[in-house]
Design a protein around this ligand. Structure first.
Ligand SMILES: Cc1cc2nc3c(=O)[nH]c(=O)nc-3n(C[C@H](O)[C@H](O)[C@H](O)COP(=O)(O)OP(=O)(O)OC[C@H]3O[C@@H](n4cnc5c(N)ncnc54)[C@H](O)[C@@H]3O)c2cc1C
Length: 550
């Protein structure tokens, strides 16, 4: 007797075996405009990333989180972090693509957008690996200011050979760096740090110190060195220290990994708690300027958060579009249902706007001698970090619902994106802290504020909604900064929406920019939840076919 109860039908596989660049019209256009020389290499990378096997590696790296081996079998302290082979495979892919140091090593114009495109694609497939990659990249501009250290590390930072060995830097072909700021009593409030640094000799810039204290979040503790904030006792001021994993004599530095965090998402990546027991460190940067020094690093990592969140949103959209183009309900495909179309259009608009903003910021990081670009970098980066990271938390959840119950099952890509998304909003300065930073920049950087306003005014040309919204925003910006603080989230929201509207108005199709500007800046009934938009006058087919070229 045949006990087969049913045939499996109308179940849609996850979208894979596709090219992340070739299928992404907006990304292709952005690259053509800014870094056409990188298209060939990045198209090949996009093809490798999109393979089913790469998705499987990402899944395995997250399903098998790192393990801390604090001691060896005989009880010696080793503080070693053991990773699944899939982690090494995926992190190695990124390194070997040359992306870790590309914007600092490459001389051709468009190096930052080219890197941003590679980062954006990798982040769609596996995000945890980009934590050490981001911190390493962001440490480069700080290290470049320390001639002796830079001389010793340059080649290994610029190397594209993946080397996971846990040995002193001199024996390695390439290295990773992390950052250590957050302590138990305060993360945002860095001046609450209690870790102290005592000079071994005369101290000062480049001098040796012993660090004593702890860090409550210390990601990628297996990195070859970390940049750590501590209070230098000789000057009674906060300073930034280069703390390698091994001392110059080859012994392990006294950075004890006490525990790895059990996180909601970001499972492939290791985030530790550490203690410094008179750890060896070298003072970096000007004495007494430790917090601005580390904040410079955070400016770079914040750009990666924006691109990373845009990427999570993009991959959620890709999976949602692929699913609804195939899954049927009530006699037709999901994508043919009017209300589902509104949801998908909303996701597609948000995704393209997030990418446009990330790519514009990447350009600004390259051109930061010019006030307009500096203004985007200084004012728009924290605003974008606030907005795009928050939008991806909500919208990866919406994409999950597009897949119905399948979306909520923890075996899938969308579930992983959903669990990954909140971390970007929290680390590297959480939402409120970003908004307060925007307010600070607006009140202190009058020249940059004017440059930004004039750039947005020029870009909004020909669009009455943008022009009108911009004039409201300018009035808000001109308020006394103390009055701005309670409404800083509104301010940042408007700043980002106007900037995104301007970018789409200039670079995207009229269907996309009109729909974005109308639903975000004009129709006040729109937008409390995804899909609550009026698509009557939107060319839905144009928006959805642009969103994922098959
Ligand atoms: C997975 C993961 C990995 C991490 N890795 C690292 C790492 O490698 N190195 C490192 O140094 N840190 C790391 N962090 C720590 C992270 O940077 C901090 O958690 C973050 O900066 C917030 O600090 P906190 O947790 O102490 O929260 P708090 O500073 O206590 O903030 C709590 C809340 O209060 C809000 N808030 C704070 N001040 C104000 C204010 N003035 N006005 C209004 N609201 C305010 C914040 O926005 C936040 O929402 C990591 C965190 C996570 C989750």
């Amino acid at each position: 007797m045949d006990w087969r109860t049913h045939d499996v039908s109308n179940q849609i596989p996850e979208h894979s075996n596709y090219n992340l660049l070739a299928s992404d019209v907006a990304l292709t256009e952005a690259l053509d405009r800014t870094a056409a020389w990188s298209s060939e290499q990045l198209t090949a990378f996009g093809g490798r990333l999109g393979r089913e096997e790469t998705f499987a590696l990402a899944d395995a790296a997250n399903r098998n989180p790192p393990i801390l081996n604090a001691f060896d079998a005989r009880g010696h302290r080793i503080d070693s972090v053991e990773f699944h082979p899939a982690w090494h495979a995926v992190l190695g892919m990124y390194r070997e693509e040359g992306l870790v140091s590309l914007p600092f090593r490459e001389q051709r114009p468009g190096r930052w957008p080219a890197w941003a495109a590679g980062f954006y694609m990798h982040a769609q497939i596996e995000y945890g690996t980009l934590c050490p990659a981001t911190m390493t990249q962001a440490s480069i501009p700080l290290l470049q200011k320390e001639p002796a250290l830079w001389e010793a590390l340059r080649e290994k930072l610029f190397s594209d050979r993946y080397d996971p060995s846990d040995v002193p830097i001199a024996k390695k072909s390439s290295i990773w760096l992390g950052m250590g700021i957050t302590e138990k009593q305060g993360g945002s409030d860095v001046r609450a740090n209690t870790t102290v640094a005592v000079p071994v000799g005369k101290g000062g810039r480049g001098g040796e110190y012993k660090l004593r204290g702890h860090k409550w979040f210390f990601s990628a503790p297996m990195c070859d060195a970390h940049l750590v904030v501590a209070r230098a006792v000789d000057t009674d001021s906060y300073a930034c220290f280069y703390v390698p994993r091994f001392r110059p004599d080859g012994s392990k530095n006294a950075v004890l990994v006490q525990r790895l965090k059990d996180k909601v998402g970001n499972r492939s990546n290791s985030s530790g708690e550490v203690e410094f027991q008179d750890a060896y460190g070298l003072l970096m940067g000007e004495e007494g300027r430790g917090i601005p020094t580390i904040i410079e690093m955070a400016t770079y990592t914040r750009l990666n958060c924006v691109l990373g969140s845009a990427a999570l949103l993009r991959q959620a959209l890709v999976q949602a579009l692929s699913y609804t183009r195939q899954r049927r309900a009530f006699g037709k495909k999901l994508i043919e249902h009017g209300l589902m179309r509104a949801v998908l259009v909303d996701l597609a608009l948000e995704s393209e706007a997030a990418l446009a903003l990330g790519m514009r910021l990447a350009e600004a990081f390259e051109q930061d001698a010019d006030d307009r670009h500096l203004a985007w970098k200084r004012i728009m980066t924290p605003a974008a970090k606030f907005w795009v990271c928050k939008r991806s938390v909500e919208l990866t959840g919406e994409a999950m619902e597009v897949l119905g119950g399948n979306g909520y099952v923890d075996q899938g890509i969308v579930a992983r994106l959903f669990k990954e998304a909140p971390v970007n909003s929290i680390w590297e300065g959480s939402g409120n802290v970003m908004c307060l930073d925007v307010v600070r920049a607006l009140s202190r950087e009058a020249r940059l504020v004017e440059a930004l306003i004039s750039d947005l005014t020029e870009m909004s040309d020909g669009c009455s909604i943008l022009t009108e919204e911009l004039s409201h925003l300018v009035k808000l910006i001109r308020l006394n900064p103390e009055m701005l603080e309670p409404s800083a989230r509104i301010l940042c929201q408007q700043l980002v929406l106007i900037a995104q509207g301007c970018l789409l108005h200039r670079y995207s199709t009229p269907e996309i920019s009109d729909a974005f500007i109308r639903t975000r800046l004009d129709d006040r009934r729109s937008g409390r939840v995804a899909g609550a938009i009026d698509v009557t006058n939107v060319d839905v087919d144009a928006v959805l076919s642009r969103a994922l070229a098959m």
